[in-house]
Design a protein around this ligand. Structure first.
Ligand code: PHE
Length: 346
């Protein structure tokens, strides 16, 4: 019996090596150790043996069962590993393949400029406020010291919706709205970015719809030097750290004195070039000290309070900053144009 068991062991071990899948292992297992196997027969005939023989045959059969079972499970593991490796090999991912490019949107250049200006003023404690594009004649003109029939109204040919309502011609409407909204008549600082509309014929430098950022500071002891310092920071932040600014006397009915502000040409640095039309300077905004009439119209005592205000064209800054020569590019949504403004600014 011992010999028989040894023979079973050797045969089984021999067959294990030939098994190549799980099914053949299971078959071989039942063939050598299953109920109908020679091994089982030996086990069931053990009762007839003497106790000495029983001990001997029992030990041998345990040995054979352990070794053979182990051999089968090792083989099974090897087969599974081989299968897995084969699968991995077939499903191989080529990490060197270039990825599929996902199209990402980019911020519009006008948004980039607006956000950059907002960041600067937020850092100086200004509130960013928003207001309606359709506003009253009163907020747009009357309260800003431009009574009906005032010659400056002609300069801003406007889109009227009714006799009293129009598309705002400038964001200066927000000067009136913010002063009126300030019921406590306390000092405040705001900027207001937004769309504005004028009856212009569209060409490379004019658009009937464009955008401005209005700035207004009302407080005690506000002077021209505050305005100058603020606008110098603005010019440098937007157009380069070594920019200078200069103030040219101008006229707006709602500021007195009024100025147009030029920034030193960033292309030639004041030497004179085609960009600045040979002058070395480029006009960027209008501003001034808030007119006492406007303060009074909006409920601020002009003997106690002063203010400065400015209005800057976002398109103008973007055109200068990015070298854009046709304002219409901002509105036609042509990807070939917009894709030039990648995320480097963000
Ligand atoms: N509202 C003026 C314009 O549109 C600009 C401006 C704003 C001037 C504030 C002075 C003060 O041209």
């Amino acid at each position: 019996m011992i010999e028989k068991l040894e023979e079973i062991k050797l045969k089984a071990l021999d067959e294990v090596e030939k098994c190549n899948d799980e099914a053949s292992i299971n078959n071989a297992k039942s063939k050598y150790l299953g109920k109908k196997s020679e091994f089982s027969e030996i086990m069931s005939s053990m009762g007839k043996l003497s106790s000495d023989e029983k001990r001997e045959v029992g030990a041998k059969s345990n040995e054979v069962r352990t070794i053979v079972t182990e051999a089968f499970s090792n083989r099974l593991k090897t087969i599974k590993d081989l299968e897995l490796n084969k699968k991995l090999e077939n499903d191989k991912i080529d990490l060197t393949l270039p990825s599929k490019k996902r199209k990402r949107g980019t911020k519009h250049p006008l948004t980039l400029v607006r956000e950059e200006i907002e960041d600067l003023f937020i850092s100086m404690g200004y509130d960013v406020v928003d207001g309606p594009e359709v506003d009253s004649d009163s907020n747009c003109f009357e309260m800003l010291n431009l009574p009906k029939g005032h010659p400056a109204r002609d300069a801003q040919d406007s889109f009227y919706i009714t006799q009293e309502m129009l598309l705002r011609t400038h964001t200066s409407t927000m000067q009136v709205r913010s002063m009126l909204a300030n019921v406590d008549k306390k000092p405040f600082k705001i900027i207001c970015p937004g769309k504005t509309y004028r009856r212009d014929d569209d060409d490379a430098t004019h658009s009937h719809q464009f955008s401005q950022i209005e700035g207004l500071v009302v407080g005690r002891d506000i002077s021209l030097s505050d305005l100058k310092g603020t606008l110098l920071l603005l010019a440098r932040k937007m157009l380069g750290n070594d920019r200078d600014i200069r103030f040219r006397a101008s006229y707006f009915p709602f500021t007195e004195p009024s100025y147009e502000v030029d920034v030193s040409c960033f292309n030639c640095n004041k030497k004179g070039c085609p960009m600045c039309k040979g002058t070395g300077w480029i006009e960027i905004l209008g501003c001034g000290i808030v007119h006492p009439n406007v303060l009074e119209n909006c409920g601020f005592d002009h003997n106690k309070y002063q203010g400065f205000a400015f209005g800057i064209g976002i398109e103008r800054v973007a055109m200068l900053k990015y070298g854009i020569t046709d304002i219409r590019n901002f509105y036609t949504n042509d990807y070939r144009f917009l894709n030039n403004f990648d995320r480097k600014e963000m």
